[in-house]
Design a protein around this ligand. Structure first.
Ligand SMILES: [Zn+2]
Length: 265
């Protein structure tokens, strides 16, 4: 058996759909072929990944009963003889196979969607993380892990807790009162969050390394903030770091904060 033939039979072989003789031939080829055994391993990995990643729902008893009842019904038309090589499959196997096909297609579609636009997509994911974190903190009883208005207390607290220490920003003369800091999980990493109060508004400053997601795009760098879910977000580079400000401050105030951050050392 050559690789071209094997390639068309790998999936049915993996799914146990081949007659024993053909399956044995495919397995023998795979055992001696690095390319095909890689393909086979990829199928295995996809199955494992789907088992882990996809939610499992138990079918309700009523659905089970209906399926059993319809399987027990006599076929309306005379059975079509099964093709020589493939045994005919129960209907649920065909359904499962088409689900698997849909799932693997969506993996492909997701990959191709992420391909050219990976910067834009991951920026949206980052914005989503920032907004969720801000809203979660507002809903929590304590939005800070280290409550202190003293930046010389807050800043050292982050040592060893996050990848990059936050800059020592003093925004008090601009009316931003430091409430403290916390560690949050944003863009797949643990980051420092400096929490400020401005009037009645809470402002979170997220400090990310400059290689973090979003750095590849200009998202948040414009003078007007981005708006997501009623919140304003603005990004500035401060001392070689990315600082994202998230707040329900109005856009003008956010833009002014952006100016202050841009001038920060
Ligand atoms: Zn091969």
């Amino acid at each position: 058996m050559d690789c071209r033939t094997a390639a068309t039979l790998l999936q049915p072989c993996f799914d146990g759909e081949l007659d024993e003789g053909t399956a044995a031939t495919v397995r023998a080829h795979v055992a001696g072929c690095a390319d095909c055994s890689r393909e086979m391993a990829a199928l295995q990995a996809l199955r494992e990944g789907m088992k882990r990643a996809l939610p499992r729902y138990a079918a309700p008893q009523s659905l089970r009963d209906r399926i059993h009842a319809s399987a027990a019904e006599p076929a309306a038309a005379p059975a079509v003889p099964a093709p020589a090589k493939r045994r005919s499959l129960p209907r649920w196997v065909a359904m499962a196979a088409s689900l698997l096909l849909v799932a693997s297609l969506s993996v492909g579609v997701t990959r191709s969607l992420m391909g050219p636009n990976v910067g834009a997509t991951s920026t949206e994911l980052l914005l989503h993380d920032l907004v969720s974190s801000h809203l979660r903190a507002l809903a929590a009883t304590n939005s800070v892990d280290v409550p202190s208005s003293d930046r010389h207390t807050v800043r050292p607290w982050f040592a060893g807790r996050v990848e990059v220490s936050p800059p020592a920003l003093d925004l008090s003369s601009q009316g931003f009162e430091l409430l403290g800091g916390r560690v949050d999980y944003v863009g797949g990493r643990r980051v420092a969050v400096l929490v400020y109060k401005h009037g009645q508004h809470v402002v979170d400053l997220y400090v990310l390394p400059d290689d973090a997601t979003g750095a590849a795009t200009n998202a948040g760098e414009a003078s007007a903030p981005l708006m997501r879910q009623g919140l304003n977000l603005i990004r500035r580079r401060v001392g070689g770091l990315q600082v994202w400000a998230v707040s329900d401050l109005d856009p003008q105030e956010m833009a002014a904060l952006g100016e202050v951050l841009a001038r920060a050392p």
